[in-house]
Design a protein around this ligand. Structure first.
Ligand code: DX5
Ligand code: ZN
Length: 223
């Protein structure tokens, strides 16, 4: 099943609970939680307390995207009953294999993210271990940027590798996903699409969520 993961980075933090209720009514599958430290990326967003403020307010699982240095130090603070994925950046982990094991030992699914310029080859020896590969389709740090089109080819190539190796990790794409490109992205083999500004920037957040889910399902049935 194709999944939509709206990024709360683009939500109205003063009414975060209400915004999340809207995406829940619209059928969103995951809540994408963008954590930025001002070191790995040139921006600071929010940390675990903001995510945890949603506990009890939503049943949608958390999809945590750590854009931080030394992510191994902070994994525990993002573990909740509602946490499905914790994703770290390949570029931020000297001991990537160890961090993947740490996440899985904590009982959640492990994701690894690649910046646009980072080769798929860097995951060659850990692909069997991961539950998800998150392909950044913008340079991480800010919402509202334009999707870098080469990343669609990267997704296609990763999908081919997955098939050739008989693996079943999910492919997620993150950055600049809109109603105009979500079909192309889904047809390239992406299972989970993150969308921030294109969801929370809409006047009707619930309606926009439904529209994204509809387009992804259509693209799925055409594959
Ligand atoms: C970028 C973040 C993305 C981003 C998505 O650093 O990881 O999740 O906020 O936002 P849009 O969809 O607005 O590009
Ligand atoms: Zn993200």
């Amino acid at each position: 099943m194709k999944k939509l993961a709206p990024s709360i980075l683009s939500a109205d933090f003063a009414r975060l609970g209400e915004d999340v209720s809207e995406i829940e009514r619209g059928g969103a599958h995951l809540i994408h939680v963008d954590v930025m430290d001002g070191h790995f990326v040139p921006n600071i967003s929010f940390g675990a307390p903001v995510m945890k403020s949603l506990l009890g307010r939503t049943k949608i699982p958390f999809d945590v995207h750590l854009m931080i240095e030394n992510p191994e130090k902070y994994i525990d603070s993002f573990l909740t009953d509602n946490t499905e994925y914790i994703t770290v950046h390949q570029e931020a982990c000297v001991h990537l294999h160890r961090v993947i094991q740490q996440i899985k030992a904590a009982g959640v699914k492990a994701g690894v993210s690649l910046n646009p310029a980072t080769s798929l080859d860097t995951l060659r020896w850990v692909l069997e271990e991961v539950d998800m590969v998150l392909l950044m389709s913008v340079n991480p740090g800010f919402g509202g940027q334009k999707l870098i089109p080469q990343v669609i080819d990267k997704a296609r190539e990763l999908d081919e590798i997955r098939r050739a190796e008989g693996l079943d990790f999910a492919i997620e794409i993150d950055g600049g996903v809109t109603l105009d490109n979500v079909r192309t992205v889904t047809e390239a083999g992406v299972d989970i699409a993150v969308a921030g500004s294109a969801v929370f920037g809409a006047d009707d957040i619930c309606g926009r969520t439904e529209e994204f889910v509809r387009l992804m399902n259509e693209a799925q049935s055409r594959r």
